[in-house]
Design a binder for this molecule. Structure first.
Ligand SMILES: [Zn+2]
Length: 173
């Protein structure tokens, strides 16, 4: 099932751009694409590994680990509901790991992992200000949408609606 940007943007924002499973901050992949282009535009003509469409480790290690993904708490194939309550933000790493394990093995692994994380961080709470670089994406497209794909335009609309930039009194997107 493919999730529309409008729904995904709501879930990422609701979850404060953190992985439901491991609590790591996640990254909005298209923002890294624009960051890479921005570096190039500024004369950074060196090989960069910020963005890759497939989040391949070799070409985009940050996205390979932490690209924001929409995941199901309970798989649709196992009777999980299709509404927002069953959809969560995950990082690409958890999503890939989870796919290779059966449900019980995954739950056990992630519970142990979260315990370790809370020992490291004391709190799994994400700051409300973390945005997965989505504000950077909004500002890049605000300046110039001529090269944006239709899906990027859809993301732009969806994220704009939810961005603090769109609140009354804010500079606006
Ligand atoms: Zn994760």
């Amino acid at each position: 099932m493919s999730i529309r940007p409008r729904v995904a943007a709501e879930i990422f924002t609701r979850d404060r751009w953190a992985c439901h499973w491991c609590t790591y901050p996640v990254v909005f992949a298209p923002a890294l694409k624009y960051l890479q282009e921005d570096v190039r535009r500024r004369g950074g003509n060196v090989p960069l590994a910020y963005y890759d469409f497939n989040f391949a480790r070799l070409y985009a290690p940050l996205l390979n680990d932490l690209a924001a993904i929409i995941d199901h708490v309970q798989a649709g194939s196992k009777g999980g509901p299709t509404d927002l309550s069953n959809l969560i933000t995950a990082c690409n790493r958890c999503n890939m790991l989870k796919r290779g394990l059966d449900e019980a093995a995954w739950r056990k692994l992630i519970e142990e992992y979260r315990e370790l994380r809370s020992l490291q961080n004391r709190t799994a709470e994400m700051p409300t200000e973390w945005d997965g670089f989505s504000t950077m994406f909004l500002l890049a497209l605000k300046d110039d949408r001529s090269a944006a794909s239709s899906s990027e335009l859809e993301w732009f609309e969806a994220l704009s609606r939810l961005s603090p930039l769109s609140r009354p009194g804010a500079p606006g997107v």
